[in-house]
Design a protein around this ligand. Structure first.
Ligand code: HGA
Length: 611
């Protein structure tokens, strides 16, 4: 979603701001802008709707430069995506604010500020912040003191960066519900909503916590906590390879990330497996004792992560013998939930900043769950910091908006959870655990075999180039895999795709089936295969075109109206992870054939930090 970058230095910082914004482009946005204090001491602003590249050429044309500035990529929540609503927002000509998040009481504040004589030039909720701050600055005289006072009136979520020509020695930051990180340089300092934006200039970071206000000067950083006390926040040195923002040999980040799956699955397993069992301590020092008490599991997540949770429900009930419920976070958070005794609350999120999931976690804290566990790809995220236990996926930064490697690593993490719960509860036989641990070790190789099918799948994709609708079918734990396959296809190719449990076909969706409706099916050779084959006959009898991903031993024949894609053999329990890969590749190739923006599909954003 939106991104913030700020810099204060002895050198011209516009290139740093623009590069930072580019590194955040993958999150999705609709407009971009920056404000820089120029050599004459005036605060100058440039905004463009559309891409950062347009802002960059405007900046070159305007020859705008300076040593202090803030910049933003916006994903509209209040007011249309257009230049007038793009950030930074100004009050007068000497105060600028960029904002990630939502101010819920913006209407009341706007009325009050208008009555006080402020004139609004945008439809955003953000603009109330800058006028409110201006009012406080006039009243109190100091920018830092004014910001501390202003945020007290704000309800909602914000990550803020502020600069003023009146006090050009600082950038101010405030965090409540939206992440911010200070980047530390030598005689220069930076601010961003994600450290990825600043990796070009530093590898030392200070993460702001909920309620923090920071005053960032060229040679010092001062932080105050929610209570107003001066605090020291830990400085972290970032070590991970700078592999994220480069597509390498691949045409799109999504394709690169699909191909990274053997490696990142391997990484996610590292340090977590003993010879024949999963190391429960990987979930945290208290995990063994807590897991032994778990009698129910409640999983909450959104989008692709929700599908990972759906797969885990089959696993947890079958292998750990524990009842498991899965719900989308935006529903769960507003529902009166009956909490069963000794329930483990599990959240799944790539970014760990997903607003609905985070809110669900916060509600759950008061609801009497035994403990909370986050399965997340970002170790420094709010979700991780606010959960009792964590298992980090090691997918590395995911740039493509459509999630791929984050999903498969989530599934691996959830399998580790299943096995840990099963053992802690005494429900999992040692030989079953050993077998699955061995299979997990072989999984990266199997994933490599699935990736080698790419040329075949590229050909299969041609069947979809002209189609408007598709069905995805699966049974058992392959049903959520079908759901994820359908989601991927709609996200990046804009083809309408729906997933059904194969047994449901005859209860309605069969009416849609004709020769214009390809039906994609994931069919490993398990105990549901014979039932699935009957469902496929139902489709063929109506002239439907079948694309079947099946184990070579499944006995499904390639032929008239049926395209068979033979999959490598895999243990049943791990088949959801393997069968996801060809569906990702299928969506990718269909999208390429249709010429869509694969990495940044329309209307979507990465890391959905608003409700
Ligand atoms: N509410 C502000 C910022 C939006 C945002 O944080 N998006 O992720 C606006 O609409 O401009």
């Amino acid at each position: 979603m939106c991104g913030i970058v700020g810099a204060i230095a002895e050198r011209n910082i516009t290139a740093i701001l623009l590069e930072g914004l580019k590194r955040l482009e993958y999150r999705g946005y609709d407009s971009a802008g920056l404000a820089v204090l120029d050599a004459s001491g005036a605060l100058r602003r440039l905004r463009r709707s559309g891409k950062v590249a347009e802002l960059e050429s405007a900046q070159r044309e305007a020859e705008l430069g300076g040593r202090l500035g803030i910049a933003h990529t916006r994903w509209a929540t209040h007011g249309a995506p257009c230049e007038r609503n793009a950030h930074p927002h100004f009050s007068g000509d000497d105060l600028a604010v960029v904002h990630n998040g939502i101010i819920e009481n913006h209407e009341a504040l706007r009325r009050q500020l208008k009555a006080d004589g402020y004139v609004f030039s945008s439809d955003t909720d953000t603009e109330v912040i800058v006028h409110l701050l201006h009012q406080k600055l006039d009243e109190l005289g100091d920018l830092t003191v004014a910001l501390k006072a202003a945020v007290k009136a704000l309800h909602g979520a914000y990550g803020l960066a502020v600069v003023s020509a009146r006090q050009p020695d600082r950038i101010l930051a405030a965090r409540s519900g939206s992440p911010l990180v200070v980047g530390l340089g030598l005689g220069e300092n930076f601010l961003a909503s994600d450290q990825l934006a600043l990796r070009q200039v530093t590898d030392r970071f200070m993460y702001l916590e909920e309620g923090d206000i920071a005053e960032i000067r060229r040679d010092s950083v001062q932080v105050w906590n929610q209570a107003g006390d001066a605090v020291n926040r830990e400085v972290v040195q970032y070590h991970e390879g700078a592999e994220a923002a480069d597509k390498g040999e691949f045409r799109h980040f999504m394709l690169k990330e699909i191909h990274e799956q053997p490696k990142v699955v391997q990484r996610t397993l590292e340090g977590r497996l003993a010879q024949d069992h999963v190391l429960i301590e990987a979930f945290g020092p208290t995990a063994a004792e807590l897991f032994a008490r778990v009698r129910n599991v409640q999983i909450v997540a959104c989008g692709t992560s929700y599908h990972a949770g759906m797969v885990a429900r089959y696993w947890i009930e079958e292998l750990a013998g524990i009842p498991c419920q899965v719900e989308v976070a935006s529903e769960f958070r507003y529902r009166k939930v009956v909490v069963q005794p000794d329930s483990l609350f599990v959240t799944i999120s790539q970014s760990g900043e997903t607003a609905d999931t985070l809110a669900a976690l916060r509600n759950a804290k008061a609801a009497g769950y035994l403990a909370s566990l986050a399965i997340c790809n970002v170790g420094t995220s709010s979700l991780v910091r606010e959960s009792d236990l964590t298992l980090l996926t090691q997918a590395g930064p995911e740039i493509g908006v459509a999630s791929t490697k984050a999903f498969t690593t989530q599934l691996v993490a959830l399998m580790l959870l299943t096995l840990s719960l099963g053992r802690a509860r005494g429900a999992l036989a040692a030989d079953v655990e050993r077998e699955l641990v061995d299979e997990l070790r072989r999984l990266p190789t199997r994933l490599g075999e699935a990736l080698a099918m790419d040329p075949t799948i590229e050909k299969v994709a041609e069947n979809f180039a002209e189609k408007q609708h598709t069905l995805f079918l699966g049974r058992g734990e392959q049903y959520p895999v079908a759901m994820e396959g359908a989601l991927k296809l709609k996200e990046i190719s804009y083809i309408h795709a729906e997933a059904y449990p194969a047994g449901e076909l005859k209860h309605g969706p069969l009416a849609l089936v004709d020769s214009h409706m390809p039906v994609v099916t994931v069919a490993p050779n398990n105990e549901l295969l014979e039932k699935l084959k009957s469902n496929l006959q139902e489709v063929r009898a109506r002239g439907g075109e079948l694309i079947v991903f099946a184990d070579g031993s499944a006995g499904i024949e390639d032929g008239e109206g049926t395209v068979l894609v033979k999959m490598p053999h895999i243990h049943d329990a791990l088949s959801p992870i393997l069968y996801t890969v060809p569906l990702q590749l299928l969506s990718y190739h269909v999208a390429v054939l249709r010429g869509t923006d694969v990495d940044q599909p329309r209307n979507l954003a990465k890391s959905v930090t608003v409700e």
